[in-house]
Design a protein around this ligand. Structure first.
Ligand SMILES: C[S@@+](CC[C@H](N)C(=O)[O-])C[C@H]1O[C@@H](n2cnc3c(N)ncnc32)[C@H](O)[C@@H]1O
Length: 232
């Protein structure tokens, strides 16, 4: 990984904001990810994220913290938060912005235990592909304290396969439709392609049950997105 995502948010943090991140996927054209969005405050967050922050309790792990926006809000509310991200730049920016405990670390290398684990802005993306979901859920399960909770958001992207007549062109012989190749570029440079997983609620629910976890739908968003709460 070149960490172009981290470079971009470092540029924004250091006052060198000249352009945004460009993303695309195996099923969609180029789209702009505005850097200021990664630095959003509570008022500018989608309602699913606001709800997750309101439900957070106890010792909190913010997985894939990015620029640290959720961690900062929770810290200001008096919570003790650990923020982790595989991006060196993201971790650095989170620290610069005031996140007290920000660590450059992938979720599978984390070993603490927490009352709340947050995975926000399509949190299931971090699982990368269907074959990795159980492994991640089992690991997250081990990171939960008694009565702990995982708050995770995602979207059912089936609508992206809908044609003009309302039919769906999903290839039933192919992998799960939410398993995408994800491409990112910044300032003309291309990041190494990665896998990014969108999970519909029922598929997440089934995966949770298969590893002995409970999963409830907390809230649905405006565009096939939802927030789920996973518990032991
Ligand atoms: C879509 S961004 C969301 C950032 C932040 N949560 C937000 O809402 O603004 C996903 C983040 O997850 C991080 N990430 C990806 N895979 C990860 C992993 N296995 N462990 C920890 N962080 C990861 C990326 O570096 C990126 O910062």
């Amino acid at each position: 990984m070149k960490d172009l995502f981290g470079n971009a948010i470092l540029d924004y943090q250091n006052g060198n904001y000249t352009e945004d991140i460009i993303t695309s996927t195996s099923i969609s054209d180029e789209d702009v990810l505005p850097l200021p969005y990664l630095f959003r405050d509570f008022e500018d967050m989608p309602k699913l994220e606001k709800k997750a922050l309101k439900l957070a309790k106890g010792l909190i792990l913010d997985v894939g913290c990015g620029a640290g926006s959720h961690s900062l809000y929770l810290q200001e509310k008096g919570f003790k938060v650990k923020a982790i991200d595989i991006s060196k730049g993201a971790t650095e920016v989170s620290k610069q912005r005031g996140v007290i405990n920000a660590v450059e670390r992938g979720i599978l290398d984390e070993s603490g235990t927490f009352d709340t684990i947050l995975l926000l802005m399509n949190g299931t993306g971090i699982f990368q592909q269907m074959s990795m979901v159980s492994k991640h859920l089992l690991h997250l399960k081990n990171l939960l304290k008694t009565n702990g909770q995982i708050l995770i958001d995602s979207s059912d992207i089936k609508y992206m396969f809908e044609d003009k007549d309302g039919g769906f062109w999903i290839d039933t012989n192919a992998n799960y439709y939410g398993e995408l190749d994800y491409f990112l570029s910044y300032k003309g440079e291309k990041e190494v392609p990665m896998k990014w997983l969108y999970l519909d609620f029922n598929t997440l629910l089934t995966a949770c049950i298969s590893v002995g976890l409970k999963c409830e739908l907390v809230l649905e968003g405006e565009h096939f997105d939802y927030l789920a709460r996973i518990t032991n």
